[in-house]
Design a protein around this ligand. Sequence first.
Ligand SMILES: *Cc1c(COP(=O)(O)O)cnc(C)c1O
Length: 403
Amino acid sequence: MSSFTDELIHRLAALREQHLFRELRQVDSAQGPQIEISDQTFLNFSSNDYLGLANHPALKAAAIKALETFGAGAGASRLVCGSLAPFHELEAALADFKKTEAALTFSTGYAAALGTIPALIGKDDVIILDKLVHACIVDAAKLSGAKLRVFDHNDLNDLETILKWSSSRPRTLSQSPRTLIVTESIFSMDGDCAPLREIVALKEKYGAWLMVDEAHATGIIGQNGRGLADELGVSDQIEIQMGTLGKALGASGGYIGGSRALIDFLVNRARSFIFSTAPMPSTAAAAMAAINIVQSVEGEQLRSQAWHLANLLEHSVAASGGTITAPESLIMPMIIGDEAKAMELAAKLRAQNIFVPAIRYPTVARGAARLRITLTAGHSATDVAKLGAALAVTQLAAPINPP
Ligand SMILES: *Cc1c(COP(=O)(O)O)cnc(C)c1O
């Protein structure tokens, strides 16, 4: 026992030395533009609750109603007797929202990726990932046993080079090898968009399949917040659409959207779906209420307020003499580079009661540490001006060494 603990203490010390040690902070309030930590109130620019739905009365009411009707726990996996009505209603609403034939929900977005990719792809196949895809996609790709190739972030030439190689592989007697491209539509730590139209054209040219993770676009981008694929008119050409119910939709869970055949297949083959207790039915009911809100006039107002604040932040930083990239989403990172420096800047902001996380390896590459700022509909123009001024001062004080 003691040698086990000693070993872990040793490993933790190494993390601390590299400024990569992480710890939990207890939040004593509901999620929102302001949060309470250790009896202090912070302006919160770190949440993915972009539209402020996590604590919205309609989501809470829907969850309470489902809790009273269907209880706290689902009692079993979906395929046994846990497939309670709220999951089916949510999946129908998701398919309608995403304009896909069908949809399937998972306990998290992470579980959706982990169940879906290995169900569809095996060791004779190839998976091609954008260099910046989320950890759940990397883990799922590894779990599939397929050959992995990574293309430079949003680099179509690099992607095409790999597709050429992949499509020239010899066929086996039994089966032609599959190639799956996976990308995000809005990248979680950079906030930029993928060139989805061009990627769709390439995957059609080389006969590959495409999976797009819309975690940070769903609810935010395009008409009714349907996402970037819909906005760019390529939704029908994407074999596998993925997303989470835990960001703009304010609840929790993950989903896959696509053809009826895809969904039927996943019900039969996605291990994270099959061998796991169904989520709380109240969570599904909350997500369902969120899908109704994002498609309503209120949803439109929340989105336009959030976008307005993102533009305001860009101007506010500029007015104070700093720079930040123009918003392509509600994620606006300020790249710092050095891990220790990013930590120090986040601490300086915290000292002003502004909560912005320093994102470090392994979430981003080593030497690419950043302040990851997210804006939400619940912030005010005053909040954003305060952040803009604080960031500019912080940035000007920091030696910027980009990755
Ligand atoms: C957050 C996130 C996920 C995981 O979704 P969860 O529901 O939080 O498990 C997947 N992909 C991307 C791009 C994400 O940002």
